[in-house]
Every structure is written in C-alpha cells, then in structure tokens.
Design a protein around this ligand. Structure first.
Ligand code: HEC
Length: 239
C-alpha cells in the first residue's frame, strides 16, 4: 500500500512539474527605427542617416553588438499622398520584406546595393539589363550558384552553392520586379545611410516616405523553424 502511494505521489509530482515548467517558446524580437524620428521631414534626393535597434530575448541586443547587422533590413517606399499609407500597409500592396531579409542574411548586400554600384553592379542595373530576357531567372540563378566574373567588369562573384535554387529564383524575380522602381529603395544593416529618390515622375513631391524595418531572429537553439520576425514602420513627411 505504501509503495503504491509513493508511486502515486511521484506521478502527481511529475504531472505538476510538467504543467508548471515554463513552456519554452521563442520570443519575437522587438525592432525600432530609432533614427530618423517620426517627425523629421526629409527631401527628395537626400542621404538620410538611419539607426535601428533590436532587442531579442534569445539573440541579444543591438546596443551590445549582439545582433548580426546583415540580418536587419530597411525598405523605403515613396507614396504621393499620406492618405495612401493605410491602404498600402493593409491591402497587401506592401512590399515582401522576407525577400529582403533573405538577401540580407545571405550577405548579398556585402557586394550589392539597390541603386548604387559597390563591388558588384547595383540590383537596379541588373534589373534594367535582364528585365526583358525570358530566360533571366534560370540564367542568373546559375550565375549566383556557380559564381561569375567578366560580365560587369573584372570583380568576382564567388560561387554560393549552399543557396536553395527555388529561393534564388524567387529572390531574382523580386529583384527584377522591384529594383528599378524610382519610388522604392532598400538597404541592410543596423545603421547607415539611404538615399531618397531624385525626382518622381508626375508627382508633386508632397508625399510621404514609409520606412519599414525587419529583423528575423534565429529562433531557439537547434530549432530554426521557431524563428520569429519583428517589424517597425514609420512615416516621414516629404519636405
Ligand atoms: C563577394 C561579393 C558578392 C556577393 C556576396 C554577391 N555578389 Fe552578386 N555579383 C558580384 C560581382 C562582382 C558581380 C559581377 C560579376 C561579373 O562581372 O560577371 C555580381 C553579379 C551578380 C548578378 C548579375 C550576374 C550577371 O551575369 O549579370 C546577380 C543577379 C547577382 N550578382 C546577385 C547576387 C545575389 C542575389 C547575391 C546574394 C545571394 C549576391 N549576388 C552576392 C559580387 C557579389
């Protein structure tokens, strides 16, 4: 009888422990666009310094250099009228920031930027050159996977065999579609500068810039599928 009772008590204890043990879940990161501030006005064709702060329970804090800068992305969208902001953000017109996050954490921005030539051509130059080619996705996907040189100069893009072919094609489709757009720009990094568009055809320049930042965390240790994203969006008046 005593034996049975002690088994019962240990069973009860274990059940209680399981129920009370904290359910382990990855916390979503908190992303904040710290600079510029919401009330700062910006002009067309201006270099704007920016800084994003990230706090994540598992990955750490950007203030202590614990966040990988390449995993942080910022997109800048011009809208001709501030009344369009809500529609843009809620009607699915908004840009797919996950593609940008993929490019950021795949280190594409070490050598490429949206609008300006770095070591490699800008994504906007690439879009202009290949947009009308029907085999562009297959052709460029092969170049990214195998590496290339000699098309744009004598710099080298090393082979990147670890990238998933489907993801590369999806990202290329996004680059070709979005990179030449004059009303849209994107950068990666916790802090830096981005340039607002020079002149937007047919628009008065009285609109707003929408700044959209994203960070996708690394999830729980050894459980990459538990990763979560954090976002922040601010609206800046165009001066
Ligand atoms: C170490 C620097 C470096 C990295 C990292 C890099 N690239 Fe490149 N990329 C280059 C250079 C340099 C060229 C131009 C090569 C040439 O002239 O053939 C290039 C060319 C390209 C081209 C055009 C190819 C062509 O034949 O016209 C595309 C598209 C491209 N890169 C996409 C990407 C993407 C997407 C990533 C991230 C997954 C990436 N690159 C990462 C340096 C890099």
């Amino acid at each position: 009888m005593r034996h049975k009772l002690s088994i019962f008590i240990s069973f009860l204890g274990l059940t209680l422990f399981a129920a009370l043990a904290p359910y382990q879940e990855n916390e979503a990161p908190v992303v904040k666009i710290f600079v510029p501030q919401r009330n700062d006005g910006v002009s067309l064709d201006e270099w704007i310094p920016y800084r994003i702060t990230i706090t994540d329970m598992e990955d750490g804090n950007s203030e202590y250099d614990e966040i990988t800068a390449n995993d942080v992305v910022l997109a800048v969208q011009y809208l001709p009228d501030s009344s369009q902001v809500a529609k843009y953000l809620h009607d699915g017109e908004s840009i797919d920031l996950d593609v940008l996050s993929w490019m950021g954490s795949s280190n594409c921005f070490t050598c490429h930027s949206a609008k300006d030539k770095l070591i490699g051509p800008s994504f906007s130059q690439i879009a202009d050159r290949y947009n009308n080619r029907t085999d562009a996705l297959q052709y460029l996907a092969r170049k990214i996977t195998n590496g290339t040189t000699g098309t744009w100069g004598n710099q080298i893009m090393p082979a990147q065999p670890d990238l998933k072919p489907d993801e590369v094609k999806m990202v290329l489709g996004w680059i070709l579609k979005n990179s030449s757009r004059p009303d849209f720009n994107y950068v990666s990094g916790i802090e830096g500068v981005f340039r607002t568009p020079k002149k937007i055809e047919g628009k008065e320049g009285k609109g707003v810039f929408l700044l959209m930042a994203q960070y996708i965390d690394h999830g729980l240790e050894n459980v990459p599928e538990s990763s979560k994203k954090g976002n922040d969006t601010i609206v800046l008046q165009v001066r």
